[in-house]
Design a protein around this ligand. Sequence first.
Ligand SMILES: [Zn+2]
Length: 274
Amino acid sequence: MNKETIISAIIDVCQTKKLDYITKVKSATWNADIVVKHETYKVAFNVCKCPRNVEATYKAMRKERVCGCWLLLPTRNSSYQERSLPCFNLISKTDKEVVCLNPKLDDNSTNQIELSIFLHSIIDGKIRFAEQAEINKVELCFYKNGCWKCHRENDVYFVNRLFSQKGVVIDGQNLMIDEDLTFNPSIIKGFQRYIQEHPSETFIMGEIKPRYSKTIGETYPSFGCAQCDSIFGNFYLQENMIELMYCTDSLRKAIITLDEPIEVSTNCWYKVND
Ligand SMILES: [Zn+2]
């Protein structure tokens, strides 16, 4: 992968989309390797290892209805860029190049997009930054937890992924930053409805409700035993969750829909749903 191959990939996309483009553009206030003309705006690409003055250049471009995009070639000493700036790392995979939407997120299919799909999307204005997102779907992961008192096997869950209607996806490891959503009332309601709508799926689970914990001397929303109603302590469950979070592939999952969306701060780039 080098600058030339990436630029020729951009040209390929322009030709497929029948869009005009100009290479090696020098304006009074900014430069670009290639500028693509869309209907009412332009997209300017720069391909390099360590971009400079991205913020100032990006703003100067905006004044001329030009959307800047920096594609960063792999390098050992990558430069730090403000997260909200459109700088995206290129990664070479065995048979293709992919674009990483957000540098610190997991390498999953929602955060890493094949180069040509990315180029189509960004030219169409479908790669966007979200400071906040309205979460309307949540993926829960279930695992078995034996009751400490009666030893009955119970199901408990943790929140694994969040989805917004527009296409933002937030994965488990990045969820930990904010508040714990396990017992968010909207999620509990969504899960209860999921149980009603999927009668063939059985969950062995006591009611999710406030219980008194002797360990911390407080009452809090909790999972409990389906048989004896003993509380399953949050601290203990969170330790399990932190381990399981990295191997969720084998866990039972359910995607539940929320009637009342949950507003979360995201600060990430995403691809708008088609
Ligand atoms: Zn029990």
